[in-house]
Design a protein around this ligand. Structure first.
Ligand SMILES: [Zn+2]
Length: 264
Protein backbone atom coordinates (compact mmCIF):
# COMPACT_ATOMS: atom_id res chain seq x y z
CA UNK A 1 0.00 0.00 0.00
CA UNK A 2 1.72 3.13 -1.15
CA UNK A 3 0.29 6.50 -0.33
CA UNK A 4 2.89 9.10 -0.98
CA UNK A 5 1.44 12.32 -2.29
CA UNK A 6 4.22 14.10 -4.05
CA UNK A 7 3.51 17.34 -2.28
CA UNK A 8 4.12 15.79 1.09
CA UNK A 9 7.49 14.64 -0.07
CA UNK A 10 8.32 17.96 -1.66
CA UNK A 11 7.44 19.84 1.51
CA UNK A 12 9.50 17.44 3.58
CA UNK A 13 12.54 17.48 1.41
CA UNK A 14 12.60 21.23 1.18
CA UNK A 15 12.26 21.39 4.95
CA UNK A 16 9.51 24.00 4.77
CA UNK A 17 6.65 24.30 7.15
CA UNK A 18 3.50 22.89 5.60
CA UNK A 19 1.08 25.61 4.57
CA UNK A 20 -2.67 25.15 4.74
CA UNK A 21 -2.77 24.95 0.97
CA UNK A 22 -0.18 22.18 0.96
CA UNK A 23 -2.05 20.44 3.73
CA UNK A 24 -5.26 20.53 1.70
CA UNK A 25 -3.54 19.26 -1.44
CA UNK A 26 -1.96 16.48 0.57
CA UNK A 27 -5.35 15.63 2.03
CA UNK A 28 -6.91 15.47 -1.44
CA UNK A 29 -4.15 13.06 -2.49
CA UNK A 30 -4.78 10.81 0.51
CA UNK A 31 -8.53 11.00 0.03
CA UNK A 32 -8.25 9.90 -3.59
CA UNK A 33 -6.10 6.97 -2.55
CA UNK A 34 -8.49 6.04 0.23
CA UNK A 35 -11.45 6.18 -2.16
CA UNK A 36 -9.67 3.60 -4.31
CA UNK A 37 -8.71 1.35 -1.44
CA UNK A 38 -11.57 1.48 1.03
CA UNK A 39 -15.20 0.59 0.48
CA UNK A 40 -16.96 3.91 1.05
CA UNK A 41 -20.73 4.09 1.42
CA UNK A 42 -22.17 5.60 -1.77
CA UNK A 43 -25.73 6.22 -0.59
CA UNK A 44 -26.46 9.90 -1.26
CA UNK A 45 -28.87 10.33 1.64
CA UNK A 46 -26.50 8.79 4.19
CA UNK A 47 -23.62 10.88 2.90
CA UNK A 48 -25.73 14.00 3.02
CA UNK A 49 -26.66 13.38 6.64
CA UNK A 50 -23.13 12.70 7.86
CA UNK A 51 -21.88 15.79 6.01
CA UNK A 52 -24.59 18.04 7.45
CA UNK A 53 -23.83 16.77 10.96
CA UNK A 54 -20.08 17.02 10.38
CA UNK A 55 -20.30 20.53 8.93
CA UNK A 56 -22.39 21.72 11.88
CA UNK A 57 -19.44 20.80 14.13
CA UNK A 58 -16.63 21.79 11.75
CA UNK A 59 -18.18 25.25 11.36
CA UNK A 60 -17.56 25.84 15.06
CA UNK A 61 -14.11 24.30 15.02
CA UNK A 62 -12.44 25.66 11.96
CA UNK A 63 -10.81 29.06 11.66
CA UNK A 64 -9.11 28.29 8.33
CA UNK A 65 -12.26 27.85 6.28
CA UNK A 66 -11.36 24.34 5.13
CA UNK A 67 -13.68 22.45 2.84
CA UNK A 68 -14.70 19.52 5.05
CA UNK A 69 -15.67 16.09 3.77
CA UNK A 70 -17.15 13.28 5.82
CA UNK A 71 -17.21 9.66 4.68
CA UNK A 72 -18.65 6.42 5.97
CA UNK A 73 -16.39 3.42 5.47
CA UNK A 74 -18.43 0.30 4.79
CA UNK A 75 -16.72 -1.83 7.41
CA UNK A 76 -18.21 -3.60 10.38
CA UNK A 77 -15.05 -2.92 12.34
CA UNK A 78 -14.98 0.03 14.66
CA UNK A 79 -12.72 2.83 13.53
CA UNK A 80 -12.53 6.50 12.71
CA UNK A 81 -9.72 8.61 11.36
CA UNK A 82 -8.93 12.03 9.98
CA UNK A 83 -6.76 13.01 7.06
CA UNK A 84 -5.05 16.42 7.02
CA UNK A 85 -6.96 19.10 5.19
CA UNK A 86 -10.42 18.18 6.47
CA UNK A 87 -11.27 14.62 5.42
CA UNK A 88 -12.96 12.60 8.14
CA UNK A 89 -13.77 8.88 7.94
CA UNK A 90 -16.13 6.98 10.20
CA UNK A 91 -16.60 3.25 9.96
CA UNK A 92 -20.12 1.91 9.62
CA UNK A 93 -19.33 -0.40 12.55
CA UNK A 94 -18.75 2.59 14.79
CA UNK A 95 -21.99 4.30 13.81
CA UNK A 96 -23.95 1.08 14.25
CA UNK A 97 -22.73 0.77 17.80
CA UNK A 98 -23.88 4.25 18.77
CA UNK A 99 -27.29 4.74 20.31
CA UNK A 100 -27.69 8.48 19.77
CA UNK A 101 -26.53 11.38 17.65
CA UNK A 102 -24.33 12.97 20.33
CA UNK A 103 -22.13 9.86 20.49
CA UNK A 104 -21.35 9.97 16.77
CA UNK A 105 -20.96 13.74 16.97
CA UNK A 106 -18.42 13.19 19.75
CA UNK A 107 -16.24 11.02 17.53
CA UNK A 108 -16.58 13.51 14.68
CA UNK A 109 -15.59 16.34 17.03
CA UNK A 110 -12.55 14.42 18.19
CA UNK A 111 -11.41 13.71 14.61
CA UNK A 112 -12.01 17.33 13.59
CA UNK A 113 -9.82 18.27 16.56
CA UNK A 114 -6.91 16.30 15.10
CA UNK A 115 -7.23 18.30 11.87
CA UNK A 116 -7.69 21.74 13.40
CA UNK A 117 -4.80 21.14 15.83
CA UNK A 118 -2.76 19.85 12.86
CA UNK A 119 -1.52 16.80 14.76
CA UNK A 120 -0.46 14.90 11.62
CA UNK A 121 1.26 17.93 10.17
CA UNK A 122 3.10 18.60 13.43
CA UNK A 123 4.22 15.01 13.55
CA UNK A 124 5.44 15.28 10.03
CA UNK A 125 7.32 18.50 10.70
CA UNK A 126 8.80 17.10 13.88
CA UNK A 127 10.23 14.06 12.19
CA UNK A 128 11.95 16.16 9.55
CA UNK A 129 15.26 15.95 11.36
CA UNK A 130 18.00 13.42 10.73
CA UNK A 131 16.25 11.09 8.36
CA UNK A 132 14.71 13.60 6.09
CA UNK A 133 11.72 12.43 4.13
CA UNK A 134 11.26 8.78 4.68
CA UNK A 135 10.68 8.73 8.43
CA UNK A 136 8.10 11.42 8.16
CA UNK A 137 6.41 9.70 5.29
CA UNK A 138 6.42 6.54 7.35
CA UNK A 139 4.80 8.39 10.19
CA UNK A 140 1.98 9.46 7.93
CA UNK A 141 1.47 6.47 5.70
CA UNK A 142 1.35 2.76 5.98
CA UNK A 143 4.17 2.06 3.56
CA UNK A 144 6.65 1.09 6.25
CA UNK A 145 4.32 -1.01 8.33
CA UNK A 146 2.84 -3.12 5.60
CA UNK A 147 4.37 -4.84 2.66
CA UNK A 148 3.30 -3.38 -0.64
CA UNK A 149 0.81 -6.11 -1.36
CA UNK A 150 -1.01 -6.23 1.94
CA UNK A 151 -3.41 -3.46 0.91
CA UNK A 152 -4.13 -3.11 4.56
CA UNK A 153 -5.24 0.47 4.49
CA UNK A 154 -8.10 -0.53 6.72
CA UNK A 155 -5.50 -0.90 9.40
CA UNK A 156 -2.90 1.26 7.71
CA UNK A 157 -4.94 4.41 7.36
CA UNK A 158 -6.24 4.14 10.88
CA UNK A 159 -2.81 3.61 12.29
CA UNK A 160 -1.18 6.03 9.89
CA UNK A 161 -3.36 9.01 10.51
CA UNK A 162 -4.12 8.32 14.11
CA UNK A 163 -0.63 7.54 15.22
CA UNK A 164 -0.94 10.27 17.77
CA UNK A 165 0.53 10.76 21.19
CA UNK A 166 -1.63 10.56 24.24
CA UNK A 167 -1.41 14.31 24.61
CA UNK A 168 -2.69 14.69 21.03
CA UNK A 169 -5.55 12.33 21.85
CA UNK A 170 -6.30 14.26 25.00
CA UNK A 171 -6.20 17.55 23.14
CA UNK A 172 -8.54 16.20 20.44
CA UNK A 173 -10.97 15.07 23.16
CA UNK A 174 -10.93 18.53 24.72
CA UNK A 175 -11.36 20.24 21.36
CA UNK A 176 -14.17 17.90 20.36
CA UNK A 177 -15.97 18.72 23.57
CA UNK A 178 -15.70 22.45 22.94
CA UNK A 179 -16.97 22.09 19.38
CA UNK A 180 -19.95 20.02 20.48
CA UNK A 181 -20.88 22.64 23.05
CA UNK A 182 -20.59 25.32 20.39
CA UNK A 183 -22.79 23.31 18.05
CA UNK A 184 -25.40 22.82 20.75
CA UNK A 185 -24.78 19.06 21.01
CA UNK A 186 -24.52 17.24 24.32
CA UNK A 187 -20.80 16.53 24.94
CA UNK A 188 -21.74 13.57 27.14
CA UNK A 189 -21.78 11.72 23.80
CA UNK A 190 -17.97 11.59 23.94
CA UNK A 191 -17.58 9.57 27.17
CA UNK A 192 -20.71 7.57 26.31
CA UNK A 193 -19.29 6.34 23.01
CA UNK A 194 -15.99 5.48 24.68
CA UNK A 195 -17.90 3.54 27.32
CA UNK A 196 -19.83 1.55 24.70
CA UNK A 197 -16.58 0.60 22.95
CA UNK A 198 -14.73 -0.24 26.14
CA UNK A 199 -17.63 -2.41 27.24
CA UNK A 200 -17.78 -4.28 23.96
CA UNK A 201 -14.05 -4.83 23.94
CA UNK A 202 -14.49 -7.09 26.94
CA UNK A 203 -16.70 -9.48 24.97
CA UNK A 204 -15.70 -9.02 21.32
CA UNK A 205 -12.18 -7.62 21.16
CA UNK A 206 -11.58 -8.47 17.47
CA UNK A 207 -14.07 -6.03 15.97
CA UNK A 208 -12.55 -3.21 17.96
CA UNK A 209 -8.92 -4.00 17.37
CA UNK A 210 -8.20 -1.27 14.85
CA UNK A 211 -9.99 1.32 16.95
CA UNK A 212 -8.02 0.51 20.06
CA UNK A 213 -4.74 0.36 18.16
CA UNK A 214 -5.15 3.97 17.12
CA UNK A 215 -7.17 5.30 20.03
CA UNK A 216 -5.70 4.38 23.39
CA UNK A 217 -8.70 4.22 25.63
CA UNK A 218 -9.06 3.32 29.23
CA UNK A 219 -11.43 4.16 32.01
CA UNK A 220 -9.15 7.10 32.82
CA UNK A 221 -9.83 8.72 29.46
CA UNK A 222 -13.56 8.37 30.00
CA UNK A 223 -13.17 9.85 33.46
CA UNK A 224 -11.13 12.73 32.01
CA UNK A 225 -13.88 13.51 29.49
CA UNK A 226 -16.52 13.41 32.22
CA UNK A 227 -14.42 15.66 34.45
CA UNK A 228 -14.01 18.15 31.63
CA UNK A 229 -17.75 18.30 31.14
CA UNK A 230 -18.32 18.64 34.89
CA UNK A 231 -15.97 21.63 34.94
CA UNK A 232 -18.37 23.65 32.78
CA UNK A 233 -21.09 25.66 34.49
CA UNK A 234 -24.17 23.39 34.65
CA UNK A 235 -26.30 25.81 32.61
CA UNK A 236 -23.75 25.55 29.79
CA UNK A 237 -24.27 21.81 29.37
CA UNK A 238 -27.99 21.69 30.07
CA UNK A 239 -30.66 21.30 27.43
CA UNK A 240 -28.30 20.41 24.59
CA UNK A 241 -29.28 18.08 21.78
CA UNK A 242 -28.60 14.42 22.45
CA UNK A 243 -30.49 12.79 19.65
CA UNK A 244 -32.71 13.54 16.69
CA UNK A 245 -35.27 11.71 14.54
CA UNK A 246 -33.02 12.41 11.55
CA UNK A 247 -30.17 10.58 13.23
CA UNK A 248 -32.33 7.57 14.02
CA UNK A 249 -33.60 7.54 10.41
CA UNK A 250 -29.98 7.71 9.27
CA UNK A 251 -29.06 4.73 11.45
CA UNK A 252 -32.03 2.77 10.19
CA UNK A 253 -31.14 3.42 6.58
CA UNK A 254 -27.53 2.41 7.24
CA UNK A 255 -28.66 -0.81 8.91
CA UNK A 256 -30.84 -1.63 5.90
CA UNK A 257 -27.89 -1.67 3.49
CA UNK A 258 -26.35 -4.95 2.43
CA UNK A 259 -23.84 -6.22 4.99
CA UNK A 260 -20.37 -4.68 4.83
CA UNK A 261 -17.82 -6.51 2.69
CA UNK A 262 -15.47 -8.65 4.78
CA UNK A 263 -12.43 -6.79 6.11
CA UNK A 264 -9.25 -7.41 4.21
ZN1 LIG B 1 -7.70 10.44 18.05
Amino acid sequence: MRIVPTLALAALVSGCAVSTQQEVEMGIGYAQQIAKELPLIQDAELNRYINVLGDSIARIADSRNLDWHFFIVDSKDVNAFAVPGGFIYLNRGLIERSTNMAQVAGVIGHEIGHVTMRHSIQQMQKSQGANIGINAVCALTSICNNDATSAAINIGAGAAFANFSRSDEDEADGEGLKYLLGAGIDPAGIPEMFQILLQERKTKPDALESWFRSHPLEESRIAAARARIAAYPPERVRGLTTDSPNFQAFKKRLAALAPSPPSR
